[in-house]
Design a protein around this ligand. Structure first.
Ligand code: PAF
Length: 271
C-alpha cells in the first residue's frame, strides 16, 4: 500500500496506472462499516483508493469537528491489512477563494439539512474535488447516510459525471446498533440507550410485515420506544425523498435522527 499526503503525489501515483479504480471516501476512524465498503471495492475493481479527510466544510460551527475521532496509525494499518492500494490522507484540499457546490435545497434542506444547513454543500464540494483527483470508475457509500447518497447521485447526474455510485448495506453491531465513528462518543449507559434506535426500526418493520402501512400509527409506536431520547426526526419517505403517509412495499425508507446524550445518531431502514 502506498500512503500519499498531497494531491500532487496522488496524481503521480494514479498516472502510473491504467486500471479501473474503486474509491472509498471516508473521514477516518475506520470500522467494519468502512471495511465492507473497501472489500466491495476490492472485489469489483482492479485498484482501490481510500481517502481519509475530516472535511471541515461539512461541519457547522457548533458541531464536533475538533473532537471528531481520529486514529491515523490505526487507520493506516486497517487499510494495509485490507489490501488497499492507495491511501490518500491530505492535510487540506481547500484554497482561499474557490467555487462551491451547492446542493439543491429541495433535497438538502430537509431532514439532515434542516438541522445541519450547508452540510451537504460541504460534502458535495469535497467529493467533487476527490472525484476529479481520483477519477474512479466506482465510488462506494454506506446506506446509513441515505440522504447523502441521494444528494451525491443528484450531483453525478446533474454534472454528467461518469462515476458509478455504489450504495452499500448498513453494517450493525450484533445487538443492532448501526456502526458509526460517532458511537465512540457514547458512554456505557448511552450505548444501551442507543439500542432503542434499532428497536424502534425493528418494531416498524414488524408492524409493516403484519400489514400496518399507516406511517402515523407506526411513528407513534416508534416514538414510544425511543422515549426518553430527544428525537430530531422520524420520517417516512419514498425513494425520491417525498414524504409519505402510507408505506409502499419496496419503495419506502424510514429515517431517524436522535440525540443520545449530546451525540446525534442517524439510522434508517429500506422497506
Ligand atoms: O460519509 C462521510 O464519511 C463523508 O460525508 C464523506 C463522504 C467522506 C465526505 O467527506
Amino acid at each position: 500500500m502506498t500512503v500519499v499526503y498531497t494531491k500532487e503525489d496522488l496524481k503521480a501515483e494514479l498516472l502510473k496506472l491504467n486500471k479501473n479504480i474503486g474509491f472509498v471516501p471516508t473521514m477516518g476512524y475506520l470500522h467494519n462499516g468502512h471495511k465492507s465498503l473497501i472489500e466491495k471495492s476490492k472485489s469489483e475493481n482492479e485498484y482501490t483508493v481510500v481517502s481519509i479527510f475530516v472535511n471541515p466544510a461539512q461541519f457547522l460551527p457548533n458541531e464536533d469537528l475538533d473532537k471528531y475521532p481520529r486514529n491515523k496509525e490505526g487507520d493506516i494499518k486497517f487499510c494495509e491489512d485490507l489490501g488497499v492500494d492507495i491511501l490518500f490522507m491530505p492535510k487540506d484540499v481547500y484554497f482561499d477563494y474557490e467555487p462551491k457546490v451547492i446542493a439543491p435545497k429541495e433535497l438538502a434542506s430537509i431532514l439532515e439539512g434542516a438541522t445541519r444547513p450547508g452540510h451537504f454543500d460541504g460534502v458535495l464540494t469535497v467529493l467533487n474535488k476527490f472525484f476529479n483527483l481520483v477519477k474512479p470508475k466506482n465510488a462506494y457509500f454506506g446506506k446509513k447516510d441515505t440522504q447523502q447518497l441521494m444528494v451525491i447521485n443528484n450531483m453525478i447526474k446533474s454534472f454528467f459525471m461518469n462515476i458509478n455510485i455504489v450504495p452499500c448495506e448498513i453494517i450493525r453491531e450484533e445487538d443492532g446498533l448501526a456502526l458509526s465513528s460517532r458511537n465512540s462518543y457514547l458512554d456505557e449507559e448511552q450505548r444501551v440507550m442507543a439500542l432503542k434506535i434499532f428497536r424502534s426500526l425493528t418494531k416498524a418493520k414488524n408492524m409493516i410485515e403484519n400489514g400496518e402501512l399507516d406511517s402515523n400509527l407506526i411513528q407513534k409506536e416508534m416514538r414510544g420506544i425511543l422515549e426518553p431520547l430527544k428525537i430530531d426526526y422520524i420520517e417516512f419517505v419514498d425513494k425520491e425523498f417525498n414524504k409519505i403517509d402510507k408505506i409502499k412495499l419496496g419503495e419506502s425508507i424510514i429515517l431517524i435522527a436522535v440525540y443520545v446524550g449530546p451525540t446525534r445518531l442517524i439510522d434508517n431502514i429500506w422497506i
